[in-house]
Design a protein around this ligand. Structure first.
Ligand SMILES: [Zn+2]
Length: 403
């Protein structure tokens, strides 16, 4: 039996005291280790997902025989509790996949190598599937649905064991007096959910108390902060309101947010100017957070919208990220120019990056098509406008022109 490359990872099993279950990855309570998982992916589909695994060391391959056994001065084993055979192993280090088997023993991956002669009460034939650490989804909107479906089955089924929530300016908290800010999200998805939290700290507590199927890290939404400080008003903040927004941002970072996100296409995001975003970005940056943005415009104004994210990064001295940079008509195919702009900023020393959706159209809710002025004052005010035939006509014309 040849056994090599053994990252030291420990599975989490319900009721086990060996390691912790998945939970909230707090920025202010930096764990000494983090929890990942292992996924078995066949023909693009997850065939099996092992319980989240506990990395004891950075997830790099260790090129010595049975690292953990050697570390514990134990002889190589051919008895495991679980064997995953015939896998194509992607170990998360960035190395190309390699063929191999995985042996799990006493709650830990103790060997990766050729283990076909070994025995175990449970043997899984991976049949050439990829065996990988759990995937990290940097952009989800599961903030509220996690409280309805805490197992996160649809996420786990994709091989994901860690997700970043609070994107596009909308997070679970802070709330305005326990009134949820939905932003572009569809409230009907969480019908019946009772909001008993104000800050992110309260929300995290509830999440962990109810149990959650994946690890979770949250950004704090600029939309939440602005609504809590000044409602849905389409105007710049007063100095007192600006201070309040800075306090709320600082509190969210204290509570464990990993950064600030803005949703500049979703009310009240469009009402915020660059100065406001820079000031709040500075606060998040002081805590080591990052700034991500669902930008103001993804069509004809996308170049200026990307430049705005770079400006926040540069002026606030914060790591900045353009979420789902997705040029739409008439800028379809404009990605190369945008990447050049980002490269140029990086050469100047701005820490800026972007991600993309793997298809050519965006995905959002119908409300986001409406002009920002139609959403001023919140949903009740919007419904009032839609009931008025003359205003509705204006909304229609504006949507057809700029939507
Ligand atoms: Zn978005």
């Amino acid at each position: 039996m040849m056994c090599s490359r053994a990252p030291i990872i420990e599975p989490w099993c319900p009721g086990s005291s060996r390691s912790s279950p998945p939970g909230v990855l707090h920025s202010r309570r930096v764990p000494s280790d983090c929890f990942l998982g292992i996924a078995l992916i066949r023909s693009g589909r997850v065939a099996m997902l092992h319980a989240p695994l506990h990395w004891m060391d950075p997830p790099s391959p260790v090129s010595i025989t049975c690292y953990q056994r050697k570390q514990n001065r134990m002889p190589p084993s051919d008895n495991f509790d679980l064997l995953i055979l015939n896998g194509r192993i992607i170990d998360g280090s960035g190395a190309p996949w390699y063929a191999g088997d995985v042996g799990i023993e006493a709650g830990r991956i103790s060997c990766i190598g050729r283990l076909s002669q070994a025995t175990a009460p449970q043997i899984v034939d991976a049949g050439g599937s990829f065996v990988t650490p759990g995937l990290i989804d940097i952009h989800t909107h599961s903030d509220l649905t996690l409280l309805v479906e805490s197992g996160a089955a649809s996420t786990v089924a994709q091989g994901i064991t860690t997700q970043v929530i609070g994107n596009c300016g909308v997070s679970a908290a802070p709330t305005r007096g326990r009134e949820i800010y939905y932003g572009p999200l569809d409230p009907t998805m969480t019908r019946g959910l009772e909001c008993d939290w104000i800050g992110l700290g309260d929300y995290f507590q509830r999440l962990e108390a109810e149990g959650v199927g994946t690890n979770v890290a949250s950004l704090v939404g600029h939309g939440n902060i602005r609504v809590a400080a000044m409602g849905y008003d389409d105007r710049p903040p007063t100095p007192a309101e600006m201070n309040r927004m800075k306090e709320l941002t600082a509190q969210a970072m204290e509570d464990g947010a990993v950064g600030l996100s803005s949703g500049l296409a979703y009310a009240p995001g469009p009402y915020a100017g660059l100065d406001e975003l820079i000031e709040l970005g500075r606060v998040a940056g002081e805590y080591g957070g990052l700034y991500t943005s669902h930008i103001r415009n993804q069509t004809e104004g996308i170049a200026a919208a990307v430049a705005e994210v770079i400006a926040v990064g540069e002026e606030a001295g914060i790591t900045a990220h353009v979420s789902h940079m997705q040029p739409g008509s008439p800028r379809l195919g404009g990605t190369v120019d945008l990447l050049n702009t980002i490269d140029e900023a990086r050469r100047r020393g701005v820490d800026v990056s972007c991600d993309a959706i793997p298809y050519t159209v965006g995905s959002t809710t119908l409300k986001s098509l409406l002009p920002p002025w139609a959403c001023e004052g919140g949903d009740d005010a919007l419904l009032e406008r839609l009931r008025d035939a003359a205003v509705r006509q204006n909304i229609k014309e504006d949507t057809m022109t700029h939507g």
